[in-house]
Design a protein around this ligand. Sequence first.
Ligand code: SF4
Length: 321
Amino acid sequence: MVRTYFGSPAIVSRKTKMDPARPELHWWVIEPVAEALTVLEELSWHSTHLFVALAPPTGKQNHTEPEIQSEAEIDFFINGVNTIAHQRGLAKIPPSHVRSHMFRKTMSQLAGREPDSEIALGLQLKHAARRAFANRTTQAYAQMDSSWAKEFDTELQQAAARKLVDLLRGRRQGERVAVGPGAARLHDGLDKVIATIDNDPQLRAQIADERVEEALLADEFPNLHLGTVNHCMFDAPQAECQDELPEDQRGLAPLIGACQPARCRNSTITRAHAPYWAAEEDDLTALSKDPRLSPPNREAVFIRLADVQRITRALEEEGTA
Ligand code: SF4
């Protein structure tokens, strides 16, 4: 089902991965994807899956399988291309094991390593770009190539530190640079970095060199995940999102799709995030007035609206946060 989440199109869906008991999560999508999914919803004969065979199997009662497997479809596609490649002047696709998750990993890897490709990815995928990175943090994905994941984590940590430099500068001027449940912790960490620089003559001499600040920030905030609606200083015991996971999968990485940005003590919200919160407040306010809402759903909308307004009010009060 396509809906909005913090002012952007999102779908609510479950990544089953052979475990249908996993929680439903929000997945941000760009408009063309939302449109494609809406068409698929119309076409699919299956009660829970959109990607299914063209028609349900005949002669089977109460079948639950979508009758389509991505592995088989990819092999079929490669065989099809290779069969006619010589007629079309194409090089054959070399024999290799190709599976759908590899496209995501390749894309993330390229985006992480090529100069400016992160910007290109952001232009192409807009708000969903962050999600493309965030997906990499799922346990199963990390397990596939832990050495690569480790390398990418370092890249991500440094990118996060680069963006924190601006907040550090604001903090140096005495600003409250963030609101939200984790704001005090963020401010404490920034103050600590400022004190470290100020108390060390050698570091103070290099203050014009941003890399010094970046290195100190990366050390101070090793688990910072930059997000579209908040920044997460992931600390597992305080993480609200982990409650959605089975116990043996908790504590490894933020579960972005189950984030509680207004409630979690790891969450901070800066001025850059403000437009998303304003959009969410507008959406929820409009939804709360919908006469078709059932009383329990209206109650849920009001609870969520109160959470969101706590943040928008705080952002308004800070003005410059
Ligand atoms: S709930 Fe959100 S802010 Fe809190 S740990 Fe999870 S992803 Fe981070």
